[in-house]
Design a protein around this ligand. Structure first.
Ligand code: ZN
Length: 134
C-alpha cells in the first residue's frame, strides 16, 4: 500500500534564508519553487536521493505552517507517504479507526492529491498520504 517516503515536509520562516544550506552545503538539486494557495505556503522541493525534502514557508499568518512555527519553531512538520488510489487508502484508514484531518483528498504541491492523518494517529507525527497522478 505504501510505496515509499515521498517527501519530508520542513517548516521554515524563509526559503531565501535556508535554501543555501540545502543547495550549497548539502548540494541537493532544487527541483522547483511554487506557491500552494490552498495552504498559504510557498514550497521548495529538493531531491534527496530517492526521496524529496519539501521546505514550507508560510505566506500568511493564517497558514497552518505559520501557526506551527509560532508554536514549535522551525523544523520537521510532516512525513509524506506515497500511495496509489488515495481515496481507497483514506477509506481504509477510516475503517481502521484512524482519524483523518482530510476526509477527502485535496490538491497539494506538484499536482499531487494529498490527505493528512491526525497526528494523534501516529504518536505525534503528522502523516500525509500523497498520490502523484500522471
Ligand atoms: Zn507534504
Amino acid at each position: 500500500m505504501i510505496k515509499k517516503v515521498d517527501h519530508i515536509g520542513i517548516a521554515v520562516k524563509s526559503l531565501t534564508d535556508v535554501l543555501p544550506f540545502y543547495t550549497d552545503v548539502l548540494g541537493l538539486p532544487l527541483l522547483k519553487i511554487e506557491e500552494v494557495e490552498s495552504q498559504k505556503v510557498k514550497v521548495a522541493f529538493l531531491q534527496a536521493g530517492e526521496t524529496k525534502l519539501e521546505l514550507l514557508e508560510p505566506v500568511s499568518s493564517e497558514s497552518t505552517i505559520a501557526k506551527f512555527i509560532d508554536k514549535r519553531g522551525e523544523g520537521i512538520h510532516h512525513v509524506a507517504l506515497g500511495v496509489e488510489s488515495i481515496e481507497a487508502r483514506i477509506r481504509e484508514m477510516k475503517e481502521k479507526g484512524i482519524r483523518m484531518i482530510d476526509e477527502e483528498p485535496r490538491p497539494g504541491a506538484g499536482g499531487a492529491q494529498i490527505a493528512f492523518m491526525h497526528p494523534k494517529a501516529a504518536s505525534g507525527v503528522l502523516v500525509e498520504l500523497c498520490e502523484k497522478k500522471g
